[in-house]
Design a protein around this ligand. Sequence first.
Ligand SMILES: [Zn+2]
Length: 301
Amino acid sequence: MCSLLCLTLAQDLPLVFSSFSSARAYQHCVNILKFGPRVSESQGLIHTQKYIIGELAKYGWKVHEQKFKSSTPIGGITFTNLIAYYAPDTKTDFQLANKIISCHYESKYLPKSKKPFLGANDSAASIGVMLEMAQLLSKKAPILAKSTNFVFFDGEEAFGSRMHYKNNDHKDGLYGSSYFAKAYQLHFEKQPTYVINLDLIGDSNYKVLLSKTADAKLKETALNLYKGNQKQDYSFNLSKAKLNILDDHIPLHQAGAKVLNIIGDFQKMSYWHHHEDDINNISATQLKAIGVFTLDLLHHL
Ligand SMILES: [Zn+2]
């Protein structure tokens, strides 16, 4: 009886995911951009932290704040990763789940930019998608919510002009994900833990890429789900990245997690790391398509 019910619920889940609200995900993006640049340690980032924590609390999620200090080319900086876990009752304590959806939530430090750099696609769009996913899971799929963390990394961006990273000994960039990966390396080595990282996913004019560095089965599952539903919901153009992409999934892969990075084809985006990366690049339809696709993938892990 129970197993039949569980099976029915499992089969119905993708239908539930179609109630993902493109308008709410888009509005989160608009709200976050109003805080201005979100450089690490800035007032804009502190406002963004409060916004993320406040929104998640409305849906029954709590946030474990992981603070650490690191040296950077512009001096010592205190970074804060936000790790959200579903805790509808007050008794639930933080523990790392075996399914993780992540993105970076700070914006790049660009002091010479003509206008303030807001990073709408890089990466407020991902934050908006993740907040709506958290809302939907808590309401419609609480069992899946309990086995999922939403992780918001600080310090993905390099402070210098180019990211410089080597074997988890970070030089510039990937600060938050490197710290998170080191802190939980033992967990990743002992238990299969899936990490799906989202970056620059809000613009419908560009291909969406699946990273070269990825867990083979996770990547294959993603491609099969896409092929099976391309015409209905997954209106974006998905392909395999041909080149290695340095992003927050790399330190996690090195620590033993099963990773996949889902990222817009940023090298084709003329506004990438320029002040033109504003709300005009964001498509609400694209946010929903990526959100539903990611939930579908999460459900199949
Ligand atoms: Zn960036």
